[in-house]
Design a protein. Structure first.
Length: 312
């Protein structure tokens, strides 16, 4: 059976830069990561690449940031598995250990001349514009721009994974959470006459706006995948409705020859697994699947409207 294919992170944009060839050496290191972290790193790199395109970054800088996205969590290979893979909430002590993946990754990349250019992506991707991040609590312009981009992509993918999305419906709730991190602290905004005390939020709002565009692109991609499947369902329903009409004509005929004629026609239209006893059940299932997909398309278009109205 044909099935619509959908991936939150289409690799199309990455291919445009021929990154497989450019990054062969750098990405060898990812093979030492656990499968979950490796997949997360691939997702973040994809998002970073596409955000950079919307930011109109130079190709060389886009490639640089994308590689940084791949390598940002490389330090996690040194985190004990019982902490890294713990399903429950980390204790304060365990979280302190987890936080060291930034400096561990930085130290590892700095030791290799070919990986050294991406070391700050590993070190600073958890720093916050308001100075509340780690490992050093640096703020604003002290945080490398690539790290600011990676942080937005990193937080988004973490939320998507945590909420186990299989579709972009309700994805605006995740974006709303990110907006909160991009907004200035209201306590300090109220004191805007004291400019030196005004905080700018945790993540870069401009980068987040570009992520919105990427999410809308992905949602439209999901809709296109579903529409392809909808066309397939319509074709199958039409075929099964013809079979059903043949069965009704056979049932209404008193002539065995006529019944046999329609039954032979039905056999020619049956596909693998279908027969006289189950085709109506299969038709019902296809009709319900079509209804579900058309409702999902409507919800996805509604979600795009919500995202477009979100303000940072």
């Amino acid at each position: 059976m044909f099935k619509e294919k959908f991936d939150f992170y289409s690799p199309i944009n990455l291919k445009s830069y021929n990154l497989d060839q450019i990054m062969r050496y750098q990405l060898d290191v990812l093979e030492r990561l656990d499968p979950f972290t490796r997949r997360h790193s691939e997702n973040v790199a994809n998002l970073v690449c596409r955000i950079c395109e919307y930011l109109r970054c130079k190709t060389s800088y886009t490639v640089h940031c994308t590689i940084g996205g791949y390598l940002h969590d490389v330090g996690k290979m040194f985190i004990p598995p019982e902490i890294l893979n713990k399903p429950a909430r980390l204790t304060p002590e365990e979280f302190e250990v987890m936080k060291t993946h930034t400096t561990l990754g930085y130290n590892m990349l700095m030791k290799d001349p070919k990986l050294r250019p991406y070391s700050l992506a590993a070190l600073d991707h958890h720093e916050a514009l308001d100075g509340t991040g780690y490992p050093h609590g640096i703020s604003k312009k002290d945080i490398p721009y690539e790290a600011q981009i990676i942080r937005v992509a990193d937080e988004y993918d973490a939320l998507v994974t945590k909420r186990q999305y299989t579709t972009h419906v309700n994805i605006s709730e995740t974006l709303k959470d990110l907006i909160k991190d991009a907004q200035p602290d209201p306590k300090f905004v109220a004191l805007d006459q004291l400019a030196e005390k005004e905080k700018s939020g945790k993540i870069n709002g401009t980068v987040l706006k570009k992520l919105f565009k990427v999410v809308i692109d992905d949602t439209l991609y999901e809709i296109s995948c579903i529409m392809d499947y909808v066309e397939y369902l319509k074709q199958q329903i039409k075929r099964l409705e013809i079979i059903d009409s043949y069965q009704k004509k056979a049932d209404n005929s008193n002539k065995e020859k006529t019944k046999e004629y329609y039954h032979e026609g039905m056999k020619l239209l049956f596909q693998e697994g279908e027969n006289f006893g189950n085709f109506r059940q299969i038709l019902t299932e296809y009709q319900q699947a079509l209804k579900n997909r058309e409702e999902l398309i409507d919800k996805l278009y509604a979600e795009i409207k919500i995202i477009k109205k979100l303000k940072i």
